[in-house]
Ligand binder design. Sequence first.
Ligand SMILES: Nc1ncnc2c1ncn2[C@@H]1O[C@H](COP(=O)(O)O)[C@@H](OP(=O)(O)O)[C@H]1O
Ligand SMILES: [Mg+2]
Length: 450
Amino acid sequence: MCAKRPRTPPTSTPINTNINAVLFSLAVCLGILFTIAPYLAPCFVDFLLLPTTTTTLLLHRASVSVCSYRVASAIPFARRFCSNSKLQFSSRAGSRTMASGGAYARERRVAELAVQRAAVLTRAVYSSRVKGTVTKSDASPVTIADFGAQALVFSALDKSFPSDNIIGEEDSADLRENNDLSSLVWDAVSTALSASPGHESDLGSVTGQGQMLEFIDKGGHTDSATGRVWALDPVDGTKGFLRGGQYAIALALLVDGVVQVGVLGCPNLPGLNEGEEGVLLSAIRGQGTVVKPLSGDLDAAEPRKTTMNAITVASEGGFCEGVESGHSAHDVQARIAGKLGITKAPVQLDSQAKYASIALGRGEIYLRLPTKMTYEEKIWDHAAGSLVVGEAGGVVADMYGRPLDFTVGRTLRENKGVIAMPRQIAEEVKKAVLDVAVEHYGPPPPKSSL
Ligand SMILES: Nc1ncnc2c1ncn2[C@@H]1O[C@H](COP(=O)(O)O)[C@@H](OP(=O)(O)O)[C@H]1O
Ligand SMILES: [Mg+2]
């Protein structure tokens, strides 16, 4: 696992920086002009009433001090003006890049392209007989697809955002102990690279097996609260992937512990057009959620805005849950659904395809109640999905109604369970979940003692 990486320098381009500087200066001048104009009048009076009298002297002094105060206050005015105009200044978090599409447009584009390229690999492994499954120390499975997709996405992050930190689900320990498996992963990576040429200036490449292992190990960062941190689940829902069910490639950018960009590639969800398979959802905080087909030229594809079903009572909706009964408590979820008057049978889907489905309006509520209170949800299982739903008009919380806290490292240790639903029914659902949760698991543990 890699050591802590250096602090993130701004990644804005010089052109953007220059534009910002010119606009900032203009705004300062405007601020000065508008704010000191009323106070210039006494100066003219002063000039006209020569020789100077005590009264005009006082007036003059007052106007000069008010003017200097106003000039000073023109700076924050300019800052506010520019930030309202979505022009950005370097922040403590380092930077956000600006492109024609606004803040974080470049991060979203690179993330989409990286997820799409990773999906080429996962799809090939999905339809291959050889999956190279090994069991990790936590008893969960990992495959050629998980390792290969992680190598491809991290090569893109390394190329486009070399100073950013990364939290990734996998590391290369199993591959370093097993050269046959490592060779199979390299075969999959090199095949996917040849099958999806282009965009090397953004996505980089992987030049050999050694570099592949190095890329896989770039995801060992532990501090999720500071600066720019990418969180990746290369194959979320590995059990679903192996079973022939749903899975997702989930990539998110956190800035100072807040998810700003989320991208979900869901190769097995029904596509946007008849006969198509796979969707690519992406969200930038404050800019909504859009969807594109997962295959094809992403730069040419028109992003389609997506919003959740704005139902006003929960009983009108349906809920989805995971397939694995070991990952969420189906019986508790059924009780909550009953309390809400939901009559439709639950839709079971693996992975963050659940977040994607409700963001696409193909369902309304997502319930994930813990099977054991000691389990800590992983940030890569929720970072991208929670923003995709939040920006599609949804609310994501834990079972006690608390917002997900992405600032506490690689897990969501301050939260228990996860629920997501349209904003319009959030209070109703949160209350029902809280009642059942308190009854079943006990009252919410105080923060930091979980
Ligand atoms: N006991 C448990 N409770 C909740 N989630 C668990 C769990 N054990 C594993 N998981 C997580 O559940 C994820 C899959 O979610 P779902 O059940 O919704 O498909 C897994 O992601 P990976 O498949 O990436 O390991 C894993 O991180
Ligand atoms: Mg996962």
